[in-house]
Design a protein around this ligand. Structure first.
Ligand SMILES: Nc1ncnc2c1ncn2[C@@H]1O[C@H](COP(=O)(O)OP(=O)(O)OP(=O)(O)O)[C@@H](O)[C@H]1O
Ligand code: SF4
Ligand SMILES: [Mg+2]
Length: 352
């Protein structure tokens, strides 16, 4: 099994460039109500797509808007006190934003499922894991109790929970963090969704457990052809799993492209900064890792012009504080939101 921090770009899954787009998010904006200031935009015109069988990473520092964007895809913005203020979320060709909430809810579980950073919080401590998986299966697939329980065991076996037939009758507290995450994956996969959103699913786990969960996700994706939206702040992990990368900063997408291109030739200084801060094979262990100095501006206080200007080593006075960059496509790459992208030569990870 590959390590989370080695074999950078060594074994991404086969590309599916022409994959039919299962999910298309266009110009999505999300707001939350802030005291006195009224509604504040935290996700600002975000666009990305996930094809059937494709794995797409949404990466960026804490507070960049990754979770808010993915909860919006799931139709859960209202549950967190926010609202979708613009754009569309198309799933299998249907715009979900204009759907009645009941229909969007029906798609959660059956069409798309989501796993989170703290799996134990997503499980109900009062019910056995089998009951919880079976309940989801009965609701979405209409199976009777016996068939739903058989499905629960089958799914626990699929996610490699040892002694699945016994453990199906145990309560969540009897499972370790890694095993809880397997149970959550089993619960989501039990209803045969076409899209899986995984929001930092390994961040709270030990490194060795992280690796097994990543390997499991990759295997499941290859076996089932599910579309995967993988959210992470860790580009080394993303390199193992994803074919396409969408980088977010201060509520917007600032760079997007195929992983095997973006990692070697970033076109935005922020992406280059993220890449400089990850360990790379072949580079001495004692090398000090570069980090991006400064902090991400908070929603509601984004500067005019480029939102990365205060931290950017390439910022140019008179230019970057004056103009808010749009996404500029370069060659066959989807693009970067930088006014100087054409004249910068940015360093990516080293080619092996
Ligand atoms: N329920 C909420 N009410 C108000 N603001 C919120 C709410 N949820 C998120 N935000 C704000 O939206 C912005 C984006 O948050 P989000 O959780 O999407 O970040 P993230 O990229 O997922 O970060 P992390 O890596 O820490 O999970 C942040 O400024 C956050 O404070
Ligand atoms: S627009 Fe200017 S400040 Fe923003 S990333 Fe590009 S060079 Fe840096
Ligand atoms: Mg988050």
């Amino acid at each position: 099994m590959a390590s989370a921090n080695s074999g950078l770009l060594g074994s991404p899954p086969a590309g599916t460039e022409s994959a039919e787009k299962l999910l298309r998010v266009r110009d999505l904006s999300v707001q939350f109500r802030a005291d006195r200031r009224g509604w504040v935009t935290v996700v600002d015109g975000v666009s990305f797509a996930v094809g059937a069988g494709e794995s797409v990473a949404l990466v960026g520092e804490s507070g960049s808007g990754k979770t808010v964007s993915s909860l919006a895809v799931m139709g859960l913005t209202g549950n967190t006190g926010g609202r979708i203020s613009g754009g569309s979320v198309e799933f299998e060709g249907r715009d979900l934003v204009s759907l009645p909430p009941r229909e969007w809810r029906a798609l959660r579980g059956s069409g798309m499922g989501m796993i989170f950073q703290q799996p134990i919080r997503s499980l109900n401590p009062a019910y056995t894991v089998g009951d919880q998986i079976a309940e989801s299966v009965r609701r979405h697939l209409g199976l009777d109790r016996r068939a739903a329980m058989a499905r629960a065991v089958e799914m626990l076996e699929l996610v490699q929970v040892p002694r699945a037939a016994e453990r199906v009758n145990e309560y969540p507290h009897a499972f370790s963090g890694g095993m809880c995450q397997r149970v959550m994956i089993a619960m989501v996969m039990a209803c045969n969704p076409r899209l899986l959103i995984a929001d930092e699913p390994t961040t709270a786990l030990d490194v060795t457990v992280q690796e097994t969960i990543l390997a499991l996700l990759r295997d499941l994706q290859e076996q089932t052809g599910i579309g995967l939206l993988f959210i992470s702040h860790d580009l080394a992990v993303v390199a193992e799993l994803c074919q396409h990368v969408v980088v977010m900063y201060a509520g917007e997408v600032i760079e997007e492209g195929p992983a095997d291109d973006l990692f070697y030739t970033p076109r935005h200084p922020y992406t280059a900064g993220l890449l400089a801060s990850i360990p790379q094979p072949g580079i001495g262990k004692n090398r000090r890792l570069a980090a991006i100095e400064g902090r991400i501006p908070v929603a509601g206080s984004w500067p005019a012009g480029c939102r990365f200007q205060e931290r950017c080593p390439h910022a140019r006075s008179g230019l970057c504080e004056a103009t808010h960059p749009v996404m500029v496509a370069t060659g066959d790459r989807d693009g970067a939101r930088c006014l100087r992208t054409a004249d910068l030569e940015l360093q990516g990870v080293h080619q092996r």
